[in-house]
Design a protein around this ligand. Structure first.
Ligand code: KG4
Ligand code: ZN
Length: 344
């Protein structure tokens, strides 16, 4: 059985995992940099890159020890090659190249977004292509028609902020702390989602995309007004995001692409009310709903190893000249969304 070592270092988690080609997770080690970035309320790229350098090799050794293996027994090395903070991406990719070269194993350069996109198949081996994927993370908010490894049609993206970014900024405005998503979810559970009138940008329009910048500004005005409780703002904000995600996904499903399931992935997919709303949407379309377990939604190396397994099985391997890429769209043919100059 083919065994894949996966490396992840594109943002603020350093991780190494060993996964088999039939989807067994033999080991997973992860070091989060949350504490290092907390004083700044966001990820500081230079601090992140240095922390990846220190953490990655020990994590690889620990993962191999957990699985009772040596590097010689690994068949494929898969490393995130982008998109992400370039310093961190380079740490993981160069480490992957060095290991592949030293051990004489093939290298698979994995698009981090493809890691998220294929992770539901690691969690649920019965999930078949093609499926409709809502990919919601700190840097991305996209709807993809997933047809196979390396084969994606991007149906929607954000024209400004990503959904996770909106959660993080709302947490900052509400002084909830860092990282923001889980803290907003926790506060929202105690609040009234109807208390604060907030916009649902682009909902109901013919435009396929997402927008969260106007929502963020409205949250800022609500905070500054001093009229509302923190929990009520959090709950109203979260509901507005849910309404946007559901409406845009419904529109994508209505386009008529054949799909086997509605799938959600990425860090924001850890949010329970968001999962519940998407589950109802899937049920209304008579589609199975698939969401990876929470630990597989946020950044990890098992999804990178798994994407490496899928690409390797499809004959997609890379040579040691493959570059690290700060931007790397999954669907290079997709047109730029209006105003979306900086999003992949
Ligand atoms: O996929 P991910 O771990 O990293 C990126 O590739 O971006 O996603 C991180 C994002 C952050 O913005 C974080 O606030 C958000 O996912 N997130 C959540 C929750 N857990 C993480 N957002 C809403 N509710 C959550 N429970
Ligand atoms: Zn991610």
């Amino acid at each position: 059985m083919t065994i894949i070592l996966g490396l992840e270092s594109s943002c603020d988690e350093t991780a190494a995992a060993l996964v088999t080609a039939d989807g067994r997770i033999l080991a997973h080690r992860l070091a989060t940099q949350e504490e290092a970035h907390r004083p700044y309320g966001g990820v500081v790229p230079e601090i992140a890159a240095r922390a990846h350098v220190e953490a990655l090799t020990p994590l690889v050794e620990a993962a191999l020890a957990d699985a009772g293996m040596t590097l010689d027994q690994v068949d494929v090395i898969a490393a995130t090659a982008g998109p992400g903070l370039i310093g961190g991406v380079m740490v993981g990719l160069v480490t992957g190249k060095a290991l592949a070269h030293a051990a004489g194993k093939p290298l698979v350069a994995v698009n981090h977004l493809e890691g998220h996109a294929l992770s539901p198949r690691l969690a649920d081996p019965s999930l078949r292509f093609p499926y409709m994927l809502l990919l919601v993370s700190g840097g991305h908010c996209q709807i993809l028609h997933v047809r196979g490894p390396g084969d994606y049609a991007r149906l929607a993206t954000t024209i400004d902020d990503a959904a996770g970014e909106a959660f993080d900024k709302t947490a900052k405005l509400l002084d909830l702390g860092y990282p923001g998503g889980p803290l907003v979810e926790k506060a929202a559970a105690q609040g009234n989602a109807k208390a604060v009138p907030l916009p649902r940008p682009l909902v109901g329009t013919n435009e396929p995309h997402f927008s969260f910048a106007g929502l963020k500004s409205a949250v800022m005005r609500a905070v500054q007004s001093g009229q509302y409780a923190t929990e009520d703002i959090a709950a109203s904000f979260q509901q507005a995001v849910i309404d946007c995600l559901v409406d845009r996904t419904r529109r994508a499903l209505a386009q008529g692409d054949s799909v086997t399931a509605l799938v959600v992935a990425g860090g924001v997919a850890a949010n329970q009310p968001i999962r519940a709303a998407l589950e109802s949407l899937a049920a209304a379309h008579n589609l199975p709903f698939v969401a990876p377990p929470l630990w597989l939604c946020t950044d990890n190396a098992a999804m990178i190893a798994w994407a490496g397994a899928e690409r390797h099985a499809a004959g997609l391997v890379d040579d040691l000249t493959v570059p690290a890429r700060p931007r790397w769209p999954l669907d290079p043919a997709a047109e730029k969304a209006r105003g979306a100059g900086v999003k992949a």
